[in-house]
Design a protein around this ligand. Structure first.
Ligand code: NDP
Length: 287
């Protein structure tokens, strides 16, 4: 590993945060530092973290990591544990958007997004959990989305990867609770990070047939950059409060937009299940 870890016992909690070069990841790193903790900030562009590392010598350690390179997960986690003795909080945050109709998304585009939002986090979990289990403590934060609870036209691929992450994580939470490990799924709505701008957002090759339904998303999502209602600094404060709560929730919804969409979706799912309940119940073998 190219990272030079400082010597000396870590101060406060030890965090490993992916995608720490911007947005939620960077703000979370800054908040953890302000709380007196130690942060291993994993990023593809570690140069963006040099100034922060210089400000907090020994407490902010940049780590070069592309989370889709799952073969490096053990080495990355092992390096942190060798040096600091533990990981108290693993934050699977790295991510990006993909706009396009489901029919437009290629196999490669789907697989690349699953690598980033599902297989990468899963590999880091497999590497970190044995250490957390042996210490009987630790926390995992999974940056999902309101799109991890409901899917919108034009972002089906993105939502599918976040659904996958949430399914894995809901089971994980129950599996590791007996080991004293907290698991928190974060579901932000639209927040003012570099997500919609900054060149990270990708788009499929458009099919004219979907112009009416996907076209507005293709234009609207990048145009929302800088105008999103969600304040990521407040989001990070809410994440820290949820992590520190005696009863950490499994899911933390962030933003008024996310609250409205998730409530309406839950009501619609419930109402549809009620309408079809007798059909659903009628499919067991006759006793
Ligand atoms: P940003 O674009 O500001 O940050 C995304 C981060 O992920 C960047 O640091 C980026 O690094 C990193 N990243 C992307 N691909 C990789 C990779 N292969 N390996 C390592 N790092 C990578 O957006 P956000 O802060 O908003 O995004 C963080 C998380 O929040 C994502 O999972 C996103 O899906 C989720 N989210 C965001 C919402 C929003 O409205 N902002 C809404 C719902 C969820 P690099 O600079 O190298 O590309």
């Amino acid at each position: 590993m190219s990272t030079q870890f400082p010597t000396g016992a870590p101060e406060g909690r030890v965090w490993l945060i992916t995608g720490a070069s911007s947005g939620f990841g960077l703000i979370l790193a800054e908040a953890a530092l302000a709380a007196g903790d130690t942060v291993v900030a994993a990023a593809r562009r570690t140069g963006t973290l040099n100034a922060l590392a210089a400000e907090h010598p020994g407490r902010l350690v940049p780590l070069a990591l592309d989370v889709t390179d799952t073969a490096r997960a053990e080495e990355a986690v092992g390096g942190v544990v060798d040096r600091f003795g533990r990981i108290d909080v693993l934050v699977n945050n790295a991510g990006r958007g993909l706009v396009g109709a489901v029919e437009e998304a290629s196999d490669t585009e789907l697989r690349e997004l699953m690598d980033l939002h599902f297989f990468g986090p899963a590999a880091l979990l497999r590497a970190a959990l044995p250490h957390m289990r042996s210490r009987k403590s630790g926390a995992v934060v999974q940056m999902s989305s309101m799109g991890g609870r409901l899917a919108f036209p034009g972002v089906g691929a993105y939502c599918a990867t976040k659904f996958a992450l949430e399914g894995l994580t809901e089971a994980l939470a129950a599996e590791v609770a007996p080991f004293g490990i907290k698991v928190l799924i974060v579901e932000p709505g639209s927040f003012r990070t570099s997500f919609a701008g900054g060149g990270a957002l990708r788009s499929t090759t458009p099919l004219p047939a979907y112009e009416d339904i996907v076209g507005p998303v293709r234009v609207g999502l990048p145009a929302s950059d800088g105008h999103q209602p969600g304040d990521p600094v407040k989001a990070v404060a809410a994440i820290l409060a949820a992590l520190d709560a005696p009863q950490t929730p499994l899911r933390l919804v962030l933003g008024n937009d996310a609250v409205e969409f998730i409530r309406a979706h839950a009501d619609a799912v419930r109402a549809e299940a009620d309408v079809w309940e007798s059909v659903s119940r009628g499919t067991d073998f006759d006793a």
